[in-house]
Write a protein of this length. Structure first.
Length: 636
């Protein structure tokens, strides 16, 4: 059992025992004058059993935090006031006719509301950790002919583990044997099984839905994806939102005003209506005490931070990790989104767009495939793809790759050149440079030009709709890229960007971003890797795409999108707005109800103090429920 759960159980047992004690005092010791004193002693004992934390926190606020005006002081004053009401005589109209019991109920209901708050926070935290990842309870260590079940924490880099169907992958690693479909929804927020095979990377917290895998551990459990993300989430609540900070300031102003009004209500009316009339004093003191209880800002103080915490939980369900509620506030003030191109708006992988052979097409493709067959360059991988190379490999007798130029080889008895313009010009091959935007790979056979292919980075399908939606919200979208000017221009034109800056080094990106900051509205930077880390850290809101593979991006980002889906930026904006609206609703609704009940306590002569307490606790519970309900909101 966690420390949080132990504390909730301990407090619940304490409250139950105190209630039994208070009820015994109410029913058995309330007949004679002697019984009244026993009743007082029993009620004080029950009151202390429940309220010693309230007393401690109230005095701690005075002497340590230099802030005597908080909800604990309000509760203390209200309960002391209820005890003092007995000095004015017994009121037959009161519930049970016992102000001592009402004094006990003031702190009892306050503490009961505190337990519900703890339970709600615990529920929200569970929802977050369940959404961002799943912890594997055990790992199957492969030791050759036998397997051994161990804790994931015991795994070391280089260990070989077996993952069976339905199991949670316990640590990050590389597949060394087997094939299967892996459910990434715990990281991405979407159920979309991905086929993983030999050489592919897998991440902790994901689930194997079919097949079986042998995985070589590449990171210890402490450094694994799911552990890092859960750690980020647990720290996220420590960063206060503007609304949270507003509540702190609000309480410091609001509470002394309420106490001042309560003091005036307790003193001024009796001075004018009957200075020597104990019933008049009792009535107005009770009104003052009721006002103190009703005006307690518990509902506001509790529900607003909880709304932001629930917003963080909701975001995590969609594969978005928000490191603190304050970033929701910045998203709500967003005026511009500055974004990287490669890996963010595009896949970051070359795709063959055009083929222009000067010879028979089949022969052209065969020679080009042979030329790129032994290269690890991204361009070569894009050309080769999943094609089988056994047939062409047998015909290669010489193969040389020159960095920055291309490949020279002897294939099927012929010299083949494949690469950029400089490679062919160096070999004395003459040809006309074609027109187009992208990366060209030229082919020559026996020093005769044979044609070219044009490759480009593929734009993600969600990029254009997301940018259009951002424009509808009045948000400017700017692209910063290290790619060539013509490639940047082409991408900007296709996506309808407001502006773009090309051929930028990492330091150029931060310099350019600086020009968009400090213009009154928040600016977000969206990037996917190490070269974007500085810009991510500099922006008002740093958003890391593809955070699974970039530790530096996770460390510097304020928000981490756990897949490469650019549309999640829009989802984060919607969640930020929903969170803010829920927090505002909680504040307005709480104050409205409190005002209404306060008015009733003044106008109704024998307004029960316990109803004031129930009104305060009830509103608190409603607002807690309102905040928790945010976890279930559907974001389109």
């Amino acid at each position: 059992m966690s420390e949080e759960k132990k504390e909730i159980v301990f407090k619940s047992v304490r409250l139950a025992l105190a209630l039994v004690l208070a009820l015994s005092g109410l029913f058995y010791f309330n007949e004679s004058q002697f019984g009244v004193w026993i009743n007082l002693a029993v009620m004080l004992l029950a009151w202390l059993a429940v309220g010693y934390e309230v007393v401690a926190k109230a005095f701690l606020g005075i002497f340590k935090e230099k802030n005597p005006f908080d909800e604990n002081m309000l509760m203390l004053l209200a309960s002391i006031g209820a005890f003092c009401l007995r000095l004015f005589g017994k009121d037959e109209n009161e519930i049970f006719g016992n102000e001592f019991f009402e004094a006990f109920m003031v702190v009892f209901l306050f503490q009961l509301g505190d337990i519900f708050e703890d339970l709600a926070t615990d529920k929200s935290r569970k929802a977050i950790t369940n959404a961002v990842g799943l912890r594997a309870k055990t790992a199957t260590l492969s030791l050759g002919k036998e397997n051994k079940t161990i804790l994931p924490e015991e795994l070391r880099i280089g260990d070989k583990i077996l993952v069976k169907v339905g199991e949670i992958i316990p640590a990050d690693g590389i597949i060394v044997e087997g094939k299967g479909e892996v459910d990434l929804s715990s990281l991405t927020g979407e159920y979309n099984p991905v086929t993983k095979t030999l050489g592919d990377e897998v991440h902790s917290g994901t689930i194997l839905r079919s097949g079986s895998l042998f995985v070589k551990v590449s990171k210890t459990y402490e450094d694994s994806t799911v552990s890092k993300i859960i750690h980020l989430v647990e720290e996220s609540a420590e960063k206060k939102s503007k609304a949270d900070k507003f509540i702190t300031k609000f309480s410091k102003i609001y509470t002394p005003i309420v106490v001042g009004i309560a003091v005036l209500l307790a003193i001024l009316p009796p001075l004018f209506l009957g200075l020597n009339d104990s019933e008049i004093w009792k009535r107005w003191i009770k009104i003052a005490v009721s006002l103190l209880v009703i005006s307690c800002p518990c509902a506001v103080v509790v529900s607003v931070p909880l709304a932001y915490f629930s917003g963080i939980g909701l975001a995590s369900k969609y594969g978005i990790i928000v490191k603190g509620g304050s970033y929701f506030d910045r998203l709500n003030e967003l005026g511009a989104v500055v974004t990287d191109k490669t890996g963010t708006l595009t896949y970051g992988k070359f795709v063959v767009e055009e083929i222009h052979p000067e010879i028979e097409e089949g022969r052209f493709k065969e020679c080009l495939l042979a030329a790129e067959s032994r290269s690890n360059h991204p361009i070569a991988k894009a050309i080769v793809g999943e094609k089988k190379l056994d047939a062409v490999e047998q015909k290669i007798t010489s193969y040389v790759e020159k960095a920055g130029y291309g490949e020279t080889l002897i294939y099927d008895g012929h010299e083949v050149l494949a690469g950029n313009k400089a490679l062919l010009e160096e070999a004395g091959v003459s040809f006309d440079t074609p027109k187009g935007i992208g990366t060209f790979v030229y082919l020559a056979i026996d020093r005769h030009y044979a044609g070219y292919v044009l490759l480009n980075d593929q734009i993600k399908p969600e990029a254009k709709p997301t940018i259009s939606a951002l424009h509808e919200k009045g948000i400017e979208v700017v692209m910063l890229t290290g790619d060539k000017q013509d490639c940047g221009q082409k991408t900007a034109a296709v996506l309808g960007l407001d502006a773009f800056h090309a051929e930028l080094l990492p330091q150029d990106k931060t310099d350019t971003l600086q020009g968009y900051l400090g213009n009154g509205k928040a600016v977000a930077y969206v990037g996917d890797g190490i070269n974007d880390a500085a810009a991510i850290a500099l922006a008002d809101v740093g958003i890391a795409m593809g955070g699974i593979g970039s530790d530096l991006a996770i460390e510097n980002a304020d928000i981490v999108v756990m897949n490469d889906d650019f549309s999640k930026v829009l989802t984060a904006l919607k969640i930020a707005k929903a969170t803010r609206n829920r927090a505002i609703f909680n504040v307005v609704f709480s104050l409205f109800i409190k005002f209404g009940v306060a008015l009733c306590s003044i106008l109704i002569p024998s307004f029960p103090l316990m109803l004031a307490v129930l009104a305060d606790t009830g509103v608190t519970l409603l607002m807690v429920a309102s905040s928790i309900a945010l976890l279930g909101k559907k974001i389109k």
